[in-house]
Structure formats: structure tokens, C-alpha cells
Design a protein around this ligand. Structure first.
Ligand code: ATP
Ligand code: MG
Length: 561
């Protein structure tokens, strides 16, 4: 994690300089340009915080522009999810725009380039064109159609637009330099023929612009001043500028600025590969709590504030690197620690019977209520009453018949504290035929109400508990990394080879204090000693573990010095 303060990264420095120099009349306008071909993920969250955050810091605006130039992969479903996810992250586009709205202007500009001898129609197929492109240190080969007369190019381009030719029969290419040291400038393709239905323009078009031909021009049409994108586009910047320098633009020329993608350990952010996880059923869907999509993280219980803080505070650089997933989790934990309420739940219940617990006049065990704080970090969250009685459920792993070294929880003869209630001492056990402990018997000390002994004697352990007669049944989903390797695919080149086969453990038959029944769908609570858990947005009383309580990031930082 870099400690670059968010307000002085190289992008903001550049914007500040441009404003000082009076470029664009001091205006700042950015855009976030996703292709509506999948769901947004944690990498997009980084881009969103950079795009929106930079504009915001300088009093500018940021639009959402759907880069919908590929009719074959795009859908309304994705478009709608993108809108919703950006809003959830806490950003508000000044306008929602579509590259497809500029198809007419782009086409007019393509004719303009043709008329100026700067573009030509090539009748060769894609394979031939790419074979002619050459390589580093290997010159390209001119297409036999490169010197077509302008009138013929114009005629062919119009007939391409009018649907006269089959898919792939011809392309429009910029006429730049087949020997350029930058491959992106070796007569790049501007239009391809695709007789496909577009989710917005329908069948109006059968030629579609490439990313490079659409992007800078869309920026210019909208008045974008700083077109921020990821590092893989830096070799495309000369092409971005080449088009803009040659077109009769309505205003100032936008400039492209690149930064390093966000990558996280144990995580992939390739939409194509994430789509495969969904398609082959490895995960339950795009919003599976193990997915790095914003939907997945949200369902897992990640607060958007924590994601924003993480993206801002890791800084923005031009060097590719991979952040530790534990750092993101640390932001999530910090946010949840401050904001969410505490509850008691037992994931793997073991009966604890208090043999000296009193009964009332009609022979029923007495029920006592303890008032406990909802969130010790926030007094405003108030308190609640938790029922306690003679038969309780405790965590199986909090009892050991023969305690191993350093095990200070319950074992025969040992006294422990039941959080906020009483001190109890284990006396005996019940076992089933196989010798497994099915219940522990104990006695409580009535003088320790609230959890402290009047004689000041100490116990080494405090345990959570639920009254058996008052608990509600819940299901808990515990998660491990979706990919075992820190850098998925590092060994074989295929990230999916590193999938963790046991990334989810579903625990049925967990028991929680009665107040859990009131937790709203999507709400996160802390289960004391167990971690933060998000109530599923649909399935009642299913809780996803968001993160555990231990800050593994702190330990990693200590190791790294
Ligand atoms: P994919 O290649 O997996 O389809 P993409 O990068 O093409 O993903 P887009 O929807 O085109 O996804 O991206 C929209 C914006 O988000 C782009 O500006 C892109 O640079 C940015 N972006 C995508 N992934 C990341 C990432 N991991 N870190 C930072 N920015 C990202
Ligand atoms: Mg893309």
C-alpha cells in the first residue's frame, strides 16, 4: 500500500497544472466508460473513484458513458446493473451517455478522413490484415488497397454502411504508416461490418466502430478534458491523438491519461473469466458473495464506504502491482467495527446444562434477562435484553474434555465467564455411543451476575452463548479465498487452475439470540468472537461471513517491516 495522499497523485497534479495553464478554460470533465458486457468489479471501483473523485476534487463533472460499440456482447441487463452499482458505490454521474449515440457523427468523421486521404477501405480478410501488420522490428506490408482513389473509398464505405456486404468482407482502416514503430499506428481498423442487432440502435447500423475509433471522438463530442484509463492503453495514446489532431473538432482536444489497473491477491478481475465462473456453475451467479463484483462484495456485506476508502488510500500510480486482499478486508473490518451492532450466535452448538439453575414455582427454569450494549464503539446504538436460562448453547470448540496446552476455555473443573452473564464451572459430560460429547454439565455462581466475581477471582476465558429455549436457527456461510494462489494463474497461465475447491462452507443448524430475527435483509452484524456477518438479501436467516475479526493486514505489514 502506497502512502501517497489521495490529493496529490500524478493525475491530480496534471489536472492542477492544466487548470493553472488555463487549458480547456479551466474546465475539468472526466468520464467512466464501461462496456455493458458484464457486471462491475473491484477494479472498476478503482476506476470509478479515480474518474469521479478527480472531477469532484476540482469542481468538475464526471459522466457515465456506456462504451456500447460491440453489438454482440452487450445487453440492457448489464447497463442497468452498472447504473445501480455506481449509485451503490456512492457516485452520481452528471449524465448517462452512450457511445452509440455518436454513431452518426463518427460515421460523418470517417467520411471526412476518407475525403482527406486519411482512411481507406480494405477488401482483405482479418487474418490477412493481421499477418501483414508485422511485429516489433519487423516492418508491415502495405495492403494492395491502400492507394485506392478517394471516390472509390467513399463509394465503398457508403455501401458498407448500407449493408451491401457480408460480415468481414471489408473494413475501413486509417491510413497512417505500416512501418510505424508503434503497432497501434499500422493502419488500424476503424470500422468492421457486423450485421447484428444492437441493444439500443437496433438494426440502424451494420458497421460498428472499433474502440480506438470510438473512444477519443466520443470524449471530444462530450467535452471530456481528461480521459483517464488504464495502463494497457498507453500505446494507443498516439492513435487517440492522431485521430483528434486530424478531425474538425467542436472544442478543445481531450487528453488521455493512464494509470495502473487495480489487481488484488487471490482475485481475478477479468470479466471474461468471471463470466466463466458463472456459466460453469463454480459460483452461484454474478452476486455470489465470493465474487469480486460489486454485487458480490455487497451481498458479502462490504460497505461501499470501505471500498471507496480503500480505492482512495491505496493511491494511483503508473506501476502495475497487486494489492493484498487483506488490506481491503482491513478497511471493511474497520468500517464495520465502527458501525455495526453486536449479537451472539453459535455456529456449531454444544449443550451446556447448568445443574444448579433455579426453577420457578411451577417447576420451569427461571429466565433472566441481561442488558447488553449493541455496539461498544457507538453508545447511540443502545442496548438490548438477552435471555439467559438453565440450558444454553455454546460453541463446540470452546469445550475440550482434555484441554491442550494454552487452551483456557471450558474443560472439566475449569471456570469460565459466559459473556455478560455468570461464571460457570464444568462438572461432567454426556456422550453418545461413539464417545462424542453431546452435552456439558456445569454449575454457576449466583454471586457473579454480570460476569464478575465479588471476591475478585479471575477467569482466563469469556465465551459467547445462546439460551437454548430462546434462540433462533440460522444458516451461516463461511468463505475462504476463491483462488488459493496469491497470483491466480501464476504457475500455469490459467487462473482457473488455482480455484479453491472448498471456498464455501455452509453451516446449517447454527443458533443465534432471538434478536437476530429482526436483522434486516442485507444488514451486517458482528457475531461476537466470530466475525462480521451479512444477512442475505433474499434468504431469511442466511448469514454470510463478511470478514473475520482478526486483522491479518496488520500482521502482513509487521512482517514486511
Ligand atoms: P475486461 O477487459 O475484463 O472486459 P475492461 O477493462 O475492458 O474489462 P471495461 O468495462 O471496458 O472493462 O472498463 C471500464 C473502465 O474500467 C475502463 O476505463 C477500464 O480501464 C477500467 N477498469 C477495468 N478494470 C480495471 C481494473 N482492474 N483496475 C482499474 N480500472 C479498471
Ligand atoms: Mg474494455
Amino acid at each position: 500500500m502506497t502512502d501517497t495522499p489521495a490529493d496529490s497523485d500524478f493525475i491530480r497534479d496534471r489536472v492542477r497544472r492544466d487548470i493553472e495553464q488555463g487549458r480547456n478554460g479551466g474546465r475539468v470533465q472526466t468520464r467512466f466508460p464501461p462496456e455493458p458486457n458484464g457486471y462491475l468489479h473491484i477494479g472498476h471501483a478503482k476506476a470509478i473513484t479515480v474518474d469521479f473523485g478527480t472531477a469532484e476534487d476540482f469542481g468538475g463533472i464526471c459522466n457515465l458513458r456506456l462504451d456500447d460499440t460491440n453489438p454482440d456482447t452487450e445487453e440492457t441487463e448489464y447497463f442497468e446493473s452498472i447504473l445501480a452499482d455506481i449509485a451503490w458505490l456512492g457516485f452520481h454521474p452528471a449524465a448517462v451517455l452512450h457511445a452509440s449515440d455518436y454513431f452518426g457523427q463518427l460515421y460523418a468523421w470517417a467520411e471526412y478522413l476518407v475525403e482527406h486521404g486519411l482512411a481507406y477501405v480494405d477488401d482483405q480478410d482479418t487474418e490477412t490484415i493481421s499477418a501483414q501488420r508485422g511485429g516489433f522490428g519487423k516492418p508491415g506490408v502495405d495492403s494492395p488497397f491502400r492507394d485506392r482513389p478517394v471516390a472509390e473509398n467513399l463509394d465503398l464505405l457508403r455501401r458498407m454502411r448500407d449493408g451491401e456486404f457480408a460480415d468481414g468482407a471489408r473494413v475501413l482502416r486509417a491510413r497512417i504508416d505500416m512501418n510505424h514503430e508503434n503497432m497501434a499506428l499500422r493502419d488500424p481498423v476503424m470500422y468492421r461490418i457486423r450485421h447484428s442487432h444492437h441493444f439500443r440502435t437496433g438494426d440502424d447500423w451494420c458497421i460498428y466502430p472499433t474502440y480506438d475509433w470510438a473512444h477519443g471522438q466520443s470524449d471530444a463530442i462530450e467535452g471530456v478534458t481528461h480521459s483517464i484509463c488504464t495502463l494497457e492503453f498507453d500505446t494507443h495514446r498516439p492513435l487517440y491523438d492522431w485521430y483528434l489532431e486530424r478531425l474538425p473538432l467542436p472544442g478543445d482536444r481531450p487528453q488521455q491519461i493512464e494509470f495502473a489497473r487495480l489487481e488484488l491477491t487471490h482475485t481475478i478481475t477479468s470479466k471474461r473469466r468471471l463470466a466463466r465462473l458463472v456459466a460453469d456453475g463454480t459460483v452461484d451467479g454474478w452476486d455470489d458473495p465470493r465474487m469480486p463484483t460489486l454485487r458480490g462484495l455487497r451481498r458479502r456485506g462490504y460497505p461501499s464506504r470501505a471500498i471507496r476508502a480503500f480505492c482512495r488510500e491505496i493511491g494511483t500510480t503508473r506501476t502495475n502491482s497487486r494489492q493484498n486482499i487483506e488490506a481491503l478486508e482491513s478497511y471493511v473490518r474497520r468500517e464495520l467495527n465502527a458501525t455495526v451492532q453486536r449479537r451472539m450466535a453459535v455456529l456449531r452448538p454444544l449443550r451446556l446444562v447448568i445443574d444448579n439453575w433455579p426453577s420457578d414455582a411451577s417447576g420451569n427454569p427461571v429466565v433472566e434477562y441481561f442488558e447488553v450494549a449493541n455496539n461498544p464503539e457507538n453508545e447511540a446504538d443502545g442496548t438490548r435484553q438477552v435471555a439467559f436460562s438453565g440450558e444454553l448453547l455454546i460453541e463446540s470448540e470452546d469445550f475440550a474434555e482434555v484441554p491442550p496446552p494454552k487452551f483456557f476455555r471450558l474443560s472439566p473443573g475449569r471456570e469460565v465467564r459466559l459473556r455478560g452473564a455468570y461464571l460457570v464451572t464444568a462438572t461432567s459430560m454426556e456422550k453418545d455411543a461413539s464417545g462424542t460429547v453431546t452435552a456439558v454439565h456445569a454449575t454457576y455462581d449466583p454471586a457473579t451476575r454480570g460476569g464478575d466475581a465479588p471476591d475478585g477471582r479471575k477467569v482466563k476465558s469469556t465465551m459467547h452463548w445462546v439460551s437454548a429455549a430462546h434462540g433462533v436457527s440460522i444458516t451461516a456461510a463461511l468463505y475462504d479465498r476463491l483462488f488459493t494462489a496469491a497470483v491466480p494463474g501464476e504457475a500455469t497461465g490459467e487462473p482457473l487452475d488455482d480455484l479453491n475447491p472448498t471456498s464455501r462452507e455452509l453451516l446449517e443448524g447454527c443458533v443465534a439470540e432471538a434478536s437476530l430475527a429482526d436483522v434486516e435483509p442485507g444488514q451486517v452484524v458482528q457475531f461476537e468472537r466470530l466475525g462480521y456477518f451479512a444477512h442475505d438479501s433474499e434468504q431469511r436467516l442466511l448469514f454470510h461471513r463478511t470478514v473475520g475479526l482478526r486483522d491479518e493486514w496488520a500482521a502482513i505489514q509487521r512482517r514486511q517491516g
